[in-house]
Design a binder for this molecule. Structure first.
Ligand code: GTP
Ligand code: MG
Length: 192
């Protein structure tokens, strides 16, 4: 596994005009609100409170750029699909996400995080079509597998892979399953 020498929150962006321009490569984490994006970033970077997390959806409202070892970024995106957000704010987030993908040319991996119990939602389908439009290498992370029975995990993963024809990686921030595999994938992406 990669040695994490240094992590720095470089920028927090609420408005399109503030999007970061930096040619260093980016691993992007997207997904519905509350699926565990920010927690996964903390797990991957061995930090407890780097990215703010919450049991109520809608915690991350900005795009957060974490620079790792001065070399590449993890990008934490605001979660989509959270019903309780006022329509106006939702539109603002959706716009910000859209602009991000139009603007950002250095995405080496889009990690779409889903709740392994819920599977793919309509919002995720939209995100996948955006990813396909921009030709982004995409990985689905089936998160919170600690909440599934062991014999269900393989079944769910295989079903998703067959449906979507995209690699699916089971993950849990609670017990660390998938962490090593995700780092392997990221390191491979960084070498290409
Ligand atoms: N059981 C379990 N709970 C998890 C896991 N990962 C995250 N959670 C919990 O899920 C909730 C949401 O986590 P966040 O990391 O804040 O989710 P998020 O996707 O960043 O949410 P937004 O910022 O609203 O988009 C928190 O209560 C976490 O503790 C996991 O692997 N297993
Ligand atoms: Mg978050």
């Amino acid at each position: 596994m990669i040695k994490i020498k240094n992590v720095e929150l470089i920028k927090t962006v609420f408005e399109t005009k503030d999007l970061l321009f930096d040619e260093r490569r980016k691993v992007v984490f997207a997904g519905r609100s509350n699926v565990g994006k920010s927690t996964l970033i903390n797990t991957m970077l061995n930090r407890k409170k780097l990215a703010k997390t919450s049991s109520t959806p809608g915690k991350t409202r900005s795009i957060n750029y974490y620079l790792i070892n001065n070399k590449f970024y993890f990008v934490d995106l605001p979660g989509y699909g959270f019903a309780k957000v006022p329509k106006k704010e939702k539109e603002k987030w959706n716009n910000l996400l859209k602009e991000f993908f139009y603007f950002e040319k250095y995405v080496i991996l889009l990690s779409l995080i889903i709740d392994s119990r819920v599977g793919i939602t309509d919002y995720d389908v939209k995100m996948l079509s955006t990813a396909a439009y921009f030709n982004l290498p995409t990985l689905i992370i089936a998160n919170k597998i600690d909440k599934l029975k062991n014999n269900m995990i393989k079944e769910k993963v295989e079903k998703l892979e067959k449906e979507l024809e995209i690699p699916v990686l089971p993950f849990s921030s609670k017990d660390g399953r998938g962490k090593r595999e995700l780092w392997n994938t990221i390191e491979n992406s960084l070498q290409e």
